[in-house]
Design a protein around this ligand. Structure first.
Ligand code: ATP
Ligand code: MG
Length: 361
């Protein structure tokens, strides 16, 4: 078990900056998710923690010790890869045993650890099977057993569920979180899937173009995004973003867009171009023009059973999403009005930094 610290981690490949001055701390026993779009530097960060890549500058610390130049073996970290990395000619038991080869344990201890890991993962009955005789989910469990028998200081998982079908992903992500909580071992999971991040992480670190945008609990990331990037990346359907301007009117600083205005709870320092953000559940649809509403045309209606998503277009053909009750009767082409709930609006400045969050209820 370990507390992992990254201090000013920087990694360049030739002239390309993959990770930019990244500093963060993963607490002992915490499950941290690294989330971000393809190419933002997640795998590179994980590889620097594992010792598979050497940072260009900056430090990696485990429990306060500088391990920046230590080998992967010295770090005693387990990388959990996908099932394809089981040796096809070996049984599950033999596959698990290979990960203890370097530890010079006696036979009894080796067997004890395999038995223990198998029982934790519920794979006792599978130990004498070959990988080809196992389902995708069973192979993933064997691969996980390979990692836990080593009793590593931390688990690093890079897109562990990416190759599995949707139903299996759902089951296994709950299993992974359950396992991590039972073992209490520090875990870092890399994903570009925001739902996976929200459901698994104690905290989420959102990366974009090599930089850390925000680190926080799923609740903080969703409800109090620090940047426009985080606001737009997390949440499905995505947050609605409306371009406008903050104007200074005496001691008030309303946000003014083409069709409506919104007055933030507290005055905002600087006037200038800004973006208003509102989640689909807080964009209300009316048949008639209401105060502070945007004229829209229904573009599509998606019925999800418990609720429906209405995709709308404003007169500049910008898309907006609204969540509505399942009985929504609007049809494609209908003219309606969309009104952001003023108690749930966020404002961002031109650089994408948050200016105001809704007040907590
Ligand atoms: N060995 C390398 N040589 C050159 N460039 C690299 C190398 N490894 C990664 N990069 C570049 O660094 C950037 C970050 O790559 P990285 O693999 O860390 O992204 P990622 O966030 O894991 O993306 P994905 O979600 O697609 O796996 C990318 O632009 C990538 O092209
Ligand atoms: Mg990657």
């Amino acid at each position: 078990m370990s507390r992992i610290q990254l201090e000013g981690l920087h990694k360049t490949f030739q002239r390309h900056v993959a990770v930019r001055d990244l500093s963060l701390t993963i607490e002992n026993g915490e499950l941290l998710v690294l989330l971000g779009p393809s190419g933002c530097g997640k795998t590179t960060t994980l590889n620097c923690i594992a010792g598979l890549e050497m940072p260009t500058s900056g430090r990696v610390l485990f429990d306060g010790d500088d391990v920046t130049t230590a080998s992967p073996h010295q770090r005693n970290i387990a990388m959990v890869f996908q099932s394809s990395l089981l040796y096809p000619h070996m049984t599950a038991r033999q596959n698990i045993r290979t990960s203890l080869a370097k530890q010079r344990l006696d036979r009894a201890e080796t067997d004890r650890r395999i038995t223990e890991a198998s029982s934790i993962l519920g794979i006792e009955a599978l130990l004498d099977k070959l990988p080809s005789q196992l389902s995708g989910g069973e192979r993933q469990r064997v691969a996980t057993a390979k990692a836990i028998v080593r009793q590593p200081r931390a688990f690093l998982l890079d897109e562990p569920l990416a190759a599995l079908d949707a139903a299996l992903r759902l089951t296994l992500r709950a299993e992974l979180v359950n396992l991590q909580k039972r073992l209490g071992t520090t875990m870092i999971v890399v994903t570009h899937d925001q739902v996976e991040a929200m459901t698994m992480g104690d905290r989420i670190a959102v990366m974009n173009e090599g930089r850390l945008e925000q680190i926080g609990t799923p609740d903080e990331i969703y409800n109090r995004p620090a940047t426009l990037f985080v606001a737009g990346f997390v949440g499905s359907p995505p947050m609605n973003l409306i371009a406008g301007e903050i104007v200074a009117e005496g001691d008030r600083t309303p946000f003014v867009a083409k069709d409506f205005a919104f007055v933030p709870g507290a005055p905002i320092g600087a006037a200038g171009p800004a973006t208003l953000g509102v989640r689909p559940q807080h964009l209300h649809i009316h048949a008639d023009a209401a105060d502070a509403s945007v004229p829209v045309t229904v573009f599509a209606v998606e019925h999800l059973g418990r609720e429906s998503v209405v995709i709308l277009e404003d007169d500049e053909r910008n898309k907006l999403h609204a969540l509505v009750e399942p009985g929504f009767a609007g049809r494609v082409g209908d003219r309606l009005h969309a009104a952001p709930d003023p108690t749930h609006c966020l404002l961002f400045d031109e650089a994408g930094n948050v200016l105001s969050h809704p007040r907590p209820e």
